[in-house]
Design a protein around this ligand. Sequence first.
Ligand SMILES: [Zn+2]
Length: 86
Amino acid sequence: MDKNYRRCISCRKVAPKSDFWRIVRVHPSQELQLDEGMGRSAYLCQTEACLQTAQKKKAIRRSLRVPERPDIYQLLWERLDKGQPS
Ligand SMILES: [Zn+2]
């Protein structure tokens, strides 16, 4: 796989990483954050369907093996709202 391609943790679609939200388990603090930081990352399509699936399956926690930050999905939902044409 090309290094600039990533797989969505919900639907398993492969796409350029710029298409996805990036959730990072920052090293060494193990804190979760969005977009920035060095560490293991999970990628998620910027869609309602994939966000919903990820939340239901606890996909971020399973992918990154850390307790989920309670507000991480909330932040993504807010992004989704902002990203949609009004
Ligand atoms: Zn997806």
